[in-house]
Ligand binder design. Structure first.
Ligand SMILES: C[S@@+](CC[C@H](N)C(=O)[O-])C[C@H]1O[C@@H](n2cnc3c(N)ncnc32)[C@H](O)[C@@H]1O
Length: 277
């Protein structure tokens, strides 16, 4: 058998391919993410390290230090990293009883109802509330529902409004037939039936979040669980600034509610909500 002798240049290339990945700088990134978006990833550091290492390798970055430096000035890369690190699990009619509580409050409230879903992930909560309001409110009542999320892929999906059967598993066939267009195994929302729904990509800790208007109802389900106490308090204070005086905040059942005097708890279980203190 004939073996061709490697040239010195080929030897160098082989050595470069084998450049070891350095995990140095991991803590700096986790601190950065927490400071910027509130999400505390220290609690699941092992899983995050594996995910971020693959993310770096796909982009030919050889250490977390390099990644940390790159996200300071490459906004696309920073957004891709945030998309990777945020959990966007959601589905239609999730915790329906609680959605219904909010709809009942909206019915008492009057002519125009403004609702904020922060966060909305890929939009299912927003479309669910819109369907429930359309089905149950008299035509003289106007409403708007604004969904925000930091994850740009989730907001893109919300705007496209295309969902799998799995995401709609709680919906009756009559609602699917009325509000969705089915093609193959996918359901696309019929946007003409959702004229009052809009989605925006926003980080709740950015200044622009505080300029988003005032709301009768704020839904914030399953985001506080990713924050520590300091950021949970910050979040609730920001919600207070956007909440109208008699408005209500609804949180997820698994969310840990911070100890703070700026808001007051009412009721319990699915009937639980918060008002300004
Ligand atoms: C599990 S989803 C909750 C979706 C929906 N509210 C529900 O309960 O079904 C959590 C969402 O919080 C978003 N998120 C995390 N930090 C955020 C921040 N600082 N600003 C806006 N959205 C954030 C994530 O991108 C993710 O989509």
């Amino acid at each position: 058998m004939f073996f061709r002798k490697k040239t010195p240049i080929e030897d160098i290339e082989v050595k470069e391919e084998k450049k070891e990945f350095s995990t140095f700088g991991l803590n700096d990134i986790l601190h950065y993410i927490k400071r910027e978006i509130g999400v505390d990833l220290f609690v699941k550091k092992g899983i995050i390290e594996t995910k971020m290492k693959l993310f770096c390798e796909d982009r030919e970055l050889h250490s977390f230090k390099e990644l940390h430096e790159a996200i300071q000035y490459k906004s696309d890369l920073r957004q891709e990293l945030i998309n990777l690190l945020t959990v966007n699990e959601t589905y239609f009619y999730r915790e329906e009883k609680q959605l219904q509580e909010a709809i009942d409050f909206a019915k008492q409230r009057g002519q125009t109802i403004n609702i904020l879903c922060a966060p909305c992930a890929s939009g299912e909560e927003v479309y669910s509330l819109s369907m429930m309001l359309t089905e149950q409110m008299s035509r003289s009542v106007n409403f708007t529902i604004t969904g925000i999320d930091i994850n740009s892929e989730a907001i893109k999906k919300a705007n496209q409004g295309e969902y799998s059967q799995r995401s709609l598993h709680k919906l009756d066939d009559s609602l699917k037939d009325k509000y969705f267009i089915k093609s193959d195994n996918m359901y696309t929302v019929n946007r003409h039936l959702f004229p009052s729904v809009r989605f925006t990509q926003v980080n709740i800790f950015e200044n622009s979040f505080l300029n988003m208007g005032h709301y009768d109802i704020i839904f914030s389900r399953n985001m506080l669980i990713y924050f520590d106490e300091e950021f949970r308090v910050k979040t609730m204070k920001r919600f207070n600034q956007l909440l109208k005086d008699e408005g209500r905040i609804y949180l997820g059942h698994a969310d840990i509610v911070p100890k703070d005097e700026s808001f007051v708890k009412h009721g319990f279980g699915s009937s639980c909500y918060y008002t300004k203190g």
